[in-house]
Each structure stands twice: as structure tokens, then as C-alpha cells.
Design a protein. Sequence first.
Length: 248
Amino acid sequence: MTTSREPEYRPIPPQPYQQQPPQGWAPQPPAPKNGFGTTALVLGILGALFSFIPFIGVVAWPLVILGLIFGIIGFLRSRSGKATNGGVAIAGAVLSLIGLVICVVYASAFTSAVSNLPAAPASPATAGTPTATGNPGDTLTSGDLQLTAGPLTDRTQFGMAMKCAEVTYLNNGTAQAPYNTFDWKLQDPAGAITAPGISGENTLASGQLAPGGTTSGQVCFDTKGTQTGAYTLTYDGMLFGNAVSWNN
């Protein structure tokens, strides 16, 4: 005798509950992105502040230009519903525009001031460039000094061939004036310029001349052999007078 077996029933696990949006409800809109408007406000504040500061105001130029651009973009995004801070964007754009106007005014004022500067005066003669020339025995003026240089003469000193000239200073000014043997230079026919050397007796010393004072002495130069051609004796008082020269 066979017996029938009851079918086995296994429990069905519960299915996860999925909440469905109610019929007729729209999905949640994405969160607004207000970065452009906020950035415009920050740049506008900084640009407007910096634009009032001379020299530092040059930093304001890129700030206000970017602030104005970001402000316009932020305002347009708020109009299209992609952002909610339209007022902040407008404020940033307005501040940036104010800063830009101030930058333009400062730049225009600076350009006008520079263009109205007086022209630079004609440059004085460069030190070492003679402003007057003469012949041996002539008296030339350099500043408050009247200078006379005699002709070059050949001498032998310590076995060296030298050319020497007797020079005289006269101070026509109201203040002391310096004199120094190293104020003199000699240019040979080849164009070489030399400073004075040791000439022994009657060498021009250095010191100060009182108003109306005068002094004389010799300045001698190593000629490094005999050369034919023109020599030029030059006095250059640097800061105390213009350069003058005598052609020999």
C-alpha cells in the first residue's frame, strides 16, 4: 500500500520594498550652482579696493575684468534657472565695473601727467669732451678757473723722453677751487691718452686756490718715443669745470 507524500512548501523570502514616487510628482531638480556669482562678488570687492591705491592699483585690472565677466555669466545663469544668486552676481558685476572705471581714470591721469612733463634740458658736455680749444699760450676758461698752457717742450727725466708744458691757474670765482696735476691729459698723434708722470722740479702740485689765487707748475708726460704729428693737451676738472684743450 503506497502512501502519497505531501508537497514541501519553502517560505519565500520577503522582497525589498521599493518606494515609487507618487503619481503626478516631478523628480527633484538639481541643486543650483552659484559659483560664478560668488566669485564675481569677491573679485569685485577686491578690485574696487585695490583700484583706489596708487601703483598697487595695477593689480586691480585683471580682478575687475574677471569680476565683470563672471558677474554677467552668473546673472545669465540665474535668469535661466541654473543659479539662484542673481543679486550677488549683479553686485559683483557692479563693483567690478566701478573698479574698472577707477582704473581707467587713474591710467588716463597718469598718462596725461607724463605727457605734460617738461622736456629734458639739453645734456651738458660729457666729461672729457673739450668745450673750448686753443693754441699754446692761450688762456681758456673752465668753470671759475682761467687756465693758461704753454707749448710742449721735450725733456729727459730718469732716462725717459717726456713732453712737458707750463700751466697756470687763476681762480676768478668767489669760492675755493681745486688744482691737481692729474686734471691734465696728453693725447699723442696715435690717439693714445696718457696721464702725467713724475717730472722732477717745478711739478704742478695739488691743493686749493682761494678766490683770486693763482699757481703754476709743469705737467709732464711719458711720450714712449718720439712721434711726429699733433699732440693735444687737455684739462678736465671733472665736477669743477668743463674740459678745455690746447693743440700742439
